[in-house]
Design a protein around this ligand. Structure first.
Ligand code: HEM
Length: 451
């Protein structure tokens, strides 16, 4: 075996740990500048950061069985329990197999109608609010409501109206997960820090909301109901559990997980896309031109329009390159392994960081530049597949990628076709790396109908 990857010398460790607490993206950028493989040695704890497509492929796909979910995600178990994002082994396999049919491409096509309706509803609301003189709106808040609404209808056949508090609750959950990560889980939840207080409140709110959703949906189905939406599949599986309390707990975990994993990631994609379009008017004009041609006469999109909105799709892909909503993929090695020729001991923390991988100078020219042409088919074919992993890779690949992409493309096309959206000065979009890549302070934009 070869030698350890380079790492910061021990006297730089306090500065590095400070960055882990206050500026995690800077820490990842520093590591990427140092080397494609970095080892941070914190005594008994070892952390490895891998930043090359073939290293990512090894950890996430080729030897995925050796890598369980790691820091950040482990901490979020306080709320996500054993849902699909955090479960492992046979339980994960059974859960994935159970809900997978609800995400088949055929069903996603049928869900296009829901996505288009919700997008159309948001467009109308923004257009009315803007009148002819324009208005200022936190667009991130609006698209977060939209993505929750879409999840409610597509995964559960339920309306999320009246459950707006759930988005705030999820923010508090993420704050707590990051707090636990930085404090290594050494501070019990009852200690009265603001983060922990908010978390306890959020956990109660989530439990109450989820209980209400479960009761409402369960009442509308019978055991032999062949309904194929994700939630009904989960309810049927929970009813087969011999221990009813365990069945109920699993169902809660799975539902909270799907709602969390599915709404903020898609909202974040939309937020960053709309921000980048506001900053790049020439690209916005091209999106508008395409949307006017494909969705002519002010109509809503249909499933078939997705592949026709190919430039808009490239814009969304480029936004996810620069601002991957899931900016870090944390893992823990189960057994000793070797990545790119470097030894990795059992129990080591292993990080693959889409945020830095998507900026690697060997694969991306002038990587900070926003350039949707990078996703033209010929350019995509010339790059290693694992240089771009906004939906992860291997067996834990995002189950909702098709739904998330369709939402992002349809909403971007519709809003850009009919509205001029400009960022309010002073809100240029500072990335805040929580469990997902949030926008600090939201996204206030002035909105005017296009002439
Ligand atoms: C643009 C939007 C989205 C992005 C960028 C995204 C990204 C990701 C990524 C990177 C992972 C892998 C995490 C890891 O390996 O640790 C993941 C997993 C997951 N995502 Fe998404 N996601 C999006 C939308 C959605 C939607 C709409 C849903 C649900 C309806 C969803 C549900 C999930 C679930 C349940 C997992 C865990 C899958 C498993 O481990 O088997 N995601 N997502």
């Amino acid at each position: 075996m070869s030698s350890h990857p380079p790492g910061p010398p021990f006297w730089q460790l306090p500065g590095l740990l400070r960055k882990l607490a206050v500026d995690r993206l800077a820490m990842m950028r520093d590591a990427a500048d140092l080397s494609d493989a970095v080892r941070v040695n914190m005594g008994p704890k070892k952390m490895y950061i891998f930043n090359r497509p073939d290293y990512a492929k090894h950890v996430l796909a080729d030897n995925a069985a050796n890598y369980h979910k790691g820091i950040g995600l482990v901490e979020s178990r306080k709320v996500l329990g054993d849902g699909l994002l955090t479960s492992e082994g046979d339980l994960w396999k059974a859960q994935r197999r159970n809900v997978q049919p609800a995400f088949k491409p055929g069903r996603i096509a049928a869900q296009a109608g829901v996505v288009a309706e919700e997008a159309g509803r948001l467009l109308e609301q923004l257009r009315k609010g803007a009148g002819s003189g324009g208005t200022t709106v936190d667009v991130l808040h609006e698209v977060t409501g939209l993505t929750l609404g879409v999840l409610g209808r597509t995964l559960m056949d339920m309306s999320m109206d009246g459950h707006d508090g759930i988005a705030h609750a999820f923010e508090a959950v993420q704050d707590q997960a990051m707090f636990d990560m930085v404090t290594q889980g050494l501070v019990p939840t009852w200690v009265p820090f603001a983060t922990q207080r908010n978390f306890r409140r959020a956990r109660t709110e989530l439990t109450v909301t989820v209980d209400a959703l479960v009761a409402d949906r369960s009442a509308r189905m019978s055991d032999d109901d062949p309904a194929a939406d994700a939630f009904s599949r989960m309810i049927t599986a929970a009813r087969k559990e011999t221990d009813p309390a365990l069945g109920r707990k699993r169902l809660q975990d799975e539902l909270v997980t799907l709602l969390l994993a599915g709404h903020e990631t898609t909202a974040s994609t939309l937020g960053w896309t709309l921000l980048l379009l506001a900053r790049n008017p020439h690209v916005r004009d091209l999106v508008r031109e395409e949307a006017r041609a494909v969705l002519a006469g002010g109509r809503l999109p249909e499933a078939d329009d997705l592949h026709k909105l190919s430039y808009t799709m490239q814009v969304v892909q480029e936004a996810m390159r620069l601002y991957p909503p899931v900016w870090i993929l944390p893992r823990i090695a189960q057994q000793a392994d070797e990545v790119g020729g470097f030894p990795v001991p059992a129990k080591a923390d292993v990080l693959v960081c889409p945020y830095t991988l998507h900026r690697h100078p060997d694969f991306w020219d002038d990587s900070e530049r926003f350039d949707p042409s990078r996703f033209e088919p010929s350019q995509v074919a010339s790059r290693p597949r694992y240089a771009y992993i906004p939906f992860g890779a291997g067996p834990r690949f995002c189950i909702g990628s098709n739904l998330g992409m369709m939402e992002a493309v349809f909403v971007t096309a519709l809003l850009t076709r009919d509205l001029d959206m400009d960022v309010v000065a002073g809100h240029e979009g500072v990335a805040e790396p929580m469990m997902s890549l949030r926008m600090r302070g939201g996204l206030p934009m002035t909105i005017r109908p296009v002439d």
